[in-house]
Design a protein around this ligand. Structure first.
Ligand SMILES: Cc1cc2nc3c(=O)[nH]c(=O)nc-3n(C[C@H](O)[C@H](O)[C@H](O)COP(=O)(O)O)c2cc1C
Length: 370
């Protein structure tokens, strides 16, 4: 490794934004929105502002409509109260010198009737139950199995596309610097992309051209609101979380990356493993290479990266930027710790989801620890 020059601290451009470093905060659901109404709070603003030294913050996933919700206490971005709540977050990040994108989310089948308007079934490309998947529905009931979803009718799909467009508009009103479309981790867009969850026979299923159609329609819709320089997409090409599977991830994600390239968006964030640091089979290099070759925008790598692996893979040209999830939870000053190559706080996974300040805004900086 070239010790003289550390590329993590280069000033880089992402779309038309100038980032002071290549260290990105990956989207992290923390299930601490205030109730009722799933509204971002002052505590949420403090948490994000503490992490404003990241080159870019990508917000936790935020549902674009009530049907897009899959877990208790996650924030939304469809009501005016939620937009005002997010405004506090973006103001706090900007005051602290940072930049923040909103991750726009629809969970599709990863939900439960108790979270859905009118107790309806969650919607999906096909009525296939994700075996073994669970969602947290309330403090009383905790984690429960995901029920069988209802397949969206062909004519309902433009309505969901419109919900993403509206979410993008709300993100602009809330003061975000851009948006990231959540097409990863087995949620709605990913469910359309992959063969294990999409067995439709209309123009949204079957061939790879048909499976990428709905996610690309979402991208076209948000382009009506945001310049392409401020739009990114997140994918998990080989992730198995939420009972996901694809017969041929190489072909599927190469085609999707090509479509995104033609759409001209700024970046693609790729989770390069199955979920949360599961590297049993290593990074799926051939799929990643196909994506990298098909997409000419910025490539953000993610998934169990250490500081040194990030430096190595940036120097080798595998990625342009690297996003960090769990290390960002536990280290509000991750950028400074990486600069000094200082030890990191260890994350406490018992406080990942829900609860109060503990395990949220009380992780010490290096200075506070000393
Ligand atoms: C507590 C927690 C919440 C997460 N929430 C989201 C989310 O809202 N959206 C998303 O795309 N990924 C989410 N992820 C995945 C992370 O962004 C990231 O891909 C994963 O943690 C692997 O990166 P890491 O090894 O640097 O932590 C979450 C992960 C964790 C641990």
């Amino acid at each position: 490794m070239n010790q003289a020059h550390n590329p993590l601290f280069d000033t880089v451009t992402l779309g038309d934004l100038t980032l002071p470093n290549r260290i990105i905060m990956s989207p992290l659901t923390r299930a601490r929105a205030s109730q009722p109404g799933d509204v971002p709070s002052d505590m949420n603003a403090t948490y994000y502002a503490q992490r404003a030294s990241a080159g870019l913050i990508i917000s936790e996933a935020t549902q674009v409509c009530p049907e897009g919700k899959g877990y208790a206490f996650t924030p939304g971005i469809y009501s005016s109260e939620q937009v005002r709540g997010w405004r506090k977050v973006t103001d706090a990040v900007h005051e602290a010198g940072g930049r923040i994108h909103a991750q726009l989310w629809h969970v599709g089948r990863i939900s439960h009737n108790e979270l859905q308007p009118g107790g309806a079934s969650p919607v999906a490309p096909s009525a296939i139950t994700p075996e073994g998947s669970q969602v947290f529905i309330s403090a009383e009931s905790g984690m429960v199995d995901v029920p069988q979803p209802r397949a969206l009718e062909t004519e309902e799909i433009p309505k969901v596309v419109e919900q993403f467009r509206q979410g993008a508009e709300n993100a602009r009103e809330a003061g975000f610097d851009g948006i990231e479309i959540h097409a990863a981790n087995g949620y709605l867009l990913d469910q359309f992309l992959r063969t294990g969850s999409n067995q439709r026979t209309d123009e949204y299923g079957g061939s790879v051209e048909n499976r990428v159609r709905f996610p690309l329609m979402v991208v076209e819709a948000v382009k009506q609101v945001w310049p392409t320089a401020r739009i990114g997409v997140r994918v998990t090409p080989t992730g198995s979380f939420n009972s996901m599977y694809d017969e041929d991830p190489h072909t599927t994600f190469e085609a999707f990356a090509r479509g995104l390239d033609e759409a001209g968006i700024a970046y693609l964030e790729v989770v390069e493993d199955s979920f949360q640091g599961n590297h049993e089979e290593g990074r799926p290099e051939s799929v990643l290479k196909a994506i990298r070759n098909a997409f000419s925008g910025t490539y953000i790598g993610n998934g169990a990266y250490s500081r040194d692996e990030a430096i190595e893979r940036i120097q080798a040209g595998y990625c342009d930027l690297v996003s960090f999830g769990r290390p960002m939870i536990a280290n509000p000053d991750l950028v400074e710790r990486f600069r000094q190559n200082a030890p990191l706080n260890r994350w406490d996974d018992s406080t990942f989801y829900g609860g109060d300040e503990r395990g949220y805004i009380d992780y010490p900086t290096l200075e506070q620890a000393q």
